[in-house]
Every structure is written in structure tokens, then in C-alpha cells.
Write a protein that binds this ligand. Structure first.
Ligand SMILES: Cc1cc2nc3c(=O)[nH]c(=O)nc-3n(C[C@H](O)[C@H](O)[C@H](O)COP(=O)(O)O)c2cc1C
Length: 315
């Protein structure tokens, strides 16, 4: 019998735990020439905002050792075009659609949630709180438990009861567990860990910053140990809260590492840029990893690395 890969995204069942990561596959359309978008667990869309946005100036990508920096900014068509064009396309392909939202005020997040609640076919909402709060001196929502909780409470209040709300957290904090607790207390059904880390690169020939936006988000294999640590810490503190894990997953084995740390789903981001069929490949490799171990259900391994310590075996 092949391993049972079904997993729960809050109240919703997914056929398997491999998802795209927000911002790395737009709204799924570009991936369709490489993979069957209905075969992976879900497509997580690029964060959508209320109004169309052009994003930040170029250059806005830079390769670094073991990863990349991006300062795309939240480029996108805005919620109206998204609902008219992108969501219907995803649904017509039989994909499950997790919609990532971003805003500059609590009210903008709430408005986006309300708009999505009126639309059919939204599997879940992922709330990207790694954005500056213009009502709080530009402080990033995800770096403050009160601000993070305020966004999640407003989104949960405006979202249909049967649509799970996941809060996506930033690793750029001293105590990620306190932010996770605040989001769960405010009504988050699950957590997505981790967004990129703020980084910077300088071109030693021109002696200038590489990115026009100066700083950018670091992603890729370089950040996987940080993702594992964050997932581990949050899963240890909140063992019953579902986690979508992400950060540097390139192979099925990497996905398994995040699952063992406590993620019940895994998003694939940067890997897609050099292998557009990465999600399908990683799904196949995960299946093989489980089969090789004789695992019947992937759910058995969620957080299994914690049990090793509890059982008093070698940590
Ligand atoms: C080019 C690029 C754009 C991204 N855009 C978003 C975004 O719009 N919203 C979001 O929540 N995360 C965004 N992310 C972060 C990813 O979803 C993911 O959390 C992060 O890259 C770590 O996963 P990875 O190492 O597999 O890429 C973006 C990442 C990259 C590389």
C-alpha cells in the first residue's frame, strides 16, 4: 500500500502536504505548463493587496550562497483582478487555492478577508503579516504580538467560519513563540512558518548595495535550519496547532525534516525558480521516503522528532 499522504489544513482535507510558497508561483498559471496544479496539496498565491501594486524598483533579486535575496515588494493586480481572473482559473484547473493576503492597516486586511469570504472556492486564507503597519510607525505587524493579534482577530471576524485562517510569521523576532501564541489567541486556525529573513548584499566592484531596495528577504537552503528551529519551538509550545512549514525545501528529505519538526504541510518556494516542477518532484520524493521507512500515514511523522526526546532517547 502506498503511504497515505492526506493531511488537514484546519477543517479542510488536502490530498497531500506539498504546497507552493506564496510569491514563488504567482497564482499558479505559470506552473501549469510544468505540473498538474490539481495534484499538489494546494497553490498558495502571491500575497494580494486591495489595490494593484507595481512592486519595488529593479534590481530586486540577488543570488547569495545557498539562497537568494528578493525585494519584489508586494507586486500584484489587486483583489478585484485577482477575483475576476486568477481565482476562477485556479478553480477551473481543480486546484485548491490558499489565498495569501497583505495590507498596510488592520482595516485593509479585514476588507480583503471580507472580499474573499464572498467568493466561492477559497480553501484557506494565509495572512502575510510581514508588512509595515502604517498606523504604527511602519513597524512590521509580525514583529509585535499586539499588532499581529489585531490583524488575525480582524481577519477571523470577517472570514466565513468554514475557511481556515493561517497566520504567516516572520523569523526576524526574538521570541517567535510569543507571536505564535498571540495569533492563535486571536483566532488563527494554524500558522505558516517561516517568511524570509531580512538581509543585504553589497557588490564589491561597484561598492553599492546589489538591490535597488537596499535590503531584501533571504530565502532558500541557507534558511532551512532557521525554519526547522522555528517550527520546532512553535510546535513544542502549541502542539495541536497545524503548521505549514517552509524555508529552503529542495527535496523530499528536506520536506520530511520540516514534518518531523512539527509541520503538517510544507510549502516550496525558492526551489521553484530553478526547477519549476519542484513541487511534483518533492511530492514524489516524500512518498518514496515514507515508503522506504514503511510509514503508513504521513500524519504519524508530524512532530515525531519531539517524541524522541520525550522517550528519553538520544536527542
Ligand atoms: C521572490 C519571492 C517572493 C515572495 N513573495 C511572498 C509574498 O508575496 N508573500 C509571502 O507571504 N511570502 C513571500 N515570499 C516568502 C516565501 O513564501 C517563503 O516564506 C520563503 O521564501 C521561504 O521559503 P523558501 O526558502 O522555500 O523560498 C516570497 C519569497 C520569494 C523568494
Amino acid at each position: 500500500m502506498p503511504p497515505d499522504l492526506r493531511t488537514r489544513l484546519g477543517s479542510v482535507e488536502l490530498p497531500n502536504p506539498i504546497l507552493t510558497a506564496s510569491g514563488c508561483a504567482s497564482s499558479g498559471r505559470e506552473l501549469a505548463q510544468f505540473i498538474d496544479v490539481s495534484r499538489i496539496g494546494a497553490i498558495v498565491t502571491k500575497s494580494v493587496m486591495l489595490a494593484p501594486r507595481a512592486g519595488r524598483p529593479t534590481p530586486r533579486m540577488a543570488e547569495t550562497a545557498g539562497g537568494m535575496l528578493n525585494s519584489i515588494g508586494l507586486q500584484g493586480p489587486g483583489i478585484d483582478a485577482f477575483l475576476q481572473r486568477d481565482l476562477p482559473w485556479l478553480l477551473s484547473r481543480g486546484a485548491r487555492a490558499v489565498i495569501s493576503i497583505a495590507g498596510s492597516t488592520v482595516g485593509e486586511f479585514a476588507e480583503l478577508a471580507a472580499r474573499l469570504s464572498d467568493a466561492a472556492g477559497v480553501t484557506a486564507i494565509e495572512v502575510n503579516i510581514s508588512c509595515p503597519n502604517v498606523e504604527h510607525r511602519g513597524q512590521v505587524f509580525a514583529c509585535d504580538p499586539v499588532d499581529a493579534g489585531a490583524v488575525i482577530e480582524a481577519v477571523r471576524a470577517r472570514t466565513r467560519y468554514d475557511v481556515p485562517v493561517f497566520a504567516k510569521l516572520s523569523p526576524d523576532v526574538t521570541d517567535i513563540v510569543s507571536i505564535a501564541r498571540a495569533c492563535v489567541a486571536a483566532g488563527a486556525d494554524g500558522l505558516s512558518l517561516i517568511n524570509t529573513l531580512l538581509g543585504m548584499a553589497i557588490d564589491t566592484d561597484t561598492m553599492r548595495p546589489v538591490l535597488a531596495g537596499l535590503t531584501g528577504g533571504l530565502s532558500g537552503p541557507a534558511i532551512r535550519p532557521i525554519a526547522v528551529r522555528c517550527i520546532w519551538q512553535v510546535s513544542e509550545a502549541l502542539p495541536n496547532v497545524p503548521i505549514i512549514g517552509m524555508g529552503g525545501v529542495l527535496t523530499g528529505r528536506d520536506a520530511l525534516e520540516l514534518i518531523l519538526a512539527g509541520a503538517s504541510m510544507v510549502s516550496v518556494g525558492t526551489a521553484i525558480f530553478h526547477d519549476p516542477s519542484a513541487c511534483a518532484r518533492i511530492l514524489r520524493e516524500l512518498d518514496e521516503e515514507l515508503a522506504r521507512r514503511g510509514t503508513e500515514r504521513v500524519s504519524e511523522l508530524v512532530g515525531a522528532a519531539h517524541d524522541v526526546r520525550a522517550a528519553g532517547r538520544r536527542p
